[in-house]
Design a protein around this ligand. Structure first.
Ligand code: HEC
Length: 208
């Protein structure tokens, strides 16, 4: 008898869950075709991940670890207070919930969530970048985000992650005498920027 009672409760629980499911489904007010479109947009519907052929270290565990350290490193900003994680918060699908992102200064755009970003072909609200690795330099050199230059970033990476970096990408030339360099900066800093690009292109492994 006792057994029957428990089975009864179980059946009742299952049927009310099923009814609730149907009601929930009906309450969306969406047609089957619309629901199918909505489901296709879910991260759970993404196909098996295909490695990026333009990134030689994309699946390298050491590079992934270095990337995570850099993502959270406030040392790569003008006031040593801003990292990628300042705006891209892991517990908020890597966005910040603000109307406009705030870094060194106030930006005029909303932070984008980064969940599933590895599957995208275009990045930023205006799609101005076509690879994840090449987009990363723009927040670093934005005056209102990290407020840094690429030469400062190179100094910081070598000073802080020297061995990890060299193991992955090979040796870099001595950087100590290179002045600030950025394509977004003053004329001398733009000229140094293109000189740096030439030095790095000829001395690095070219794996990036
Ligand atoms: C000050 C806040 C802020 C910081 C710091 C920041 N981001 Fe962002 N991120 C944004 C905003 C705002 C956008 C949209 C920018 C745009 O469209 O111009 C964005 C967009 C992106 C995107 C594009 C996502 C998509 O779906 O297209 C990626 C990837 C990204 N950020 C990664 C990074 C990385 C990596 C760093 C660190 C090197 C970083 N961000 C630092 C605010 C920030």
């Amino acid at each position: 008898m006792r057994r029957l009672f428990f089975i009864g409760i179980l059946v009742a629980a299952i049927s009310s869950a099923a009814i609730a499911g149907v009601v929930l489904y009906r309450n969306t007010g969406l047609s089957d075709a619309q629901l199918a479109v909505a489901r296709s947009l879910s991260l759970a519907s993404l196909p098996k991940f295909r490695p990026d052929p333009s990134n030689a270290v994309g699946d390298n565990a050491d590079a992934i670890e270095l990337g995570a350290l850099l993502f959270n490193d406030t040392g790569m900003s003008a006031d040593a207070n801003v990292s990628c994680a300042t705006c891209h918060l892991e517990n908020r699908q890597f966005q910040d919930g603000l109307q406009f992102a705030q870094g060194i200064g106030n930006t005029t755009r909303r932070t984008m969530p980064l969940r599933g970003v590895a599957y995208q072909s275009w990045f930023f609200w205006d799609g101005r970048t076509d690879s994840l690795w090449s987009q990363a330099i723009s927040p670093i050199e934005s005056a209102v985000e990290h407020g840094f230059t690429r030469s400062q970033a190179a100094f910081h990476v070598i000073a802080t992650y020297r061995d990890r970096y060299f193991r992955l990408f090979g040796l870099l030339p001595e950087l100590a005498d290179i002045p600030p360099a950025s394509p977004l900066g003053t004329k001398p800093s733009r000229q140094t920027g293109s000189l740096c690009a030439k030095i790095f292109a000829t001395t690095s492994t070219g794996s990036l």
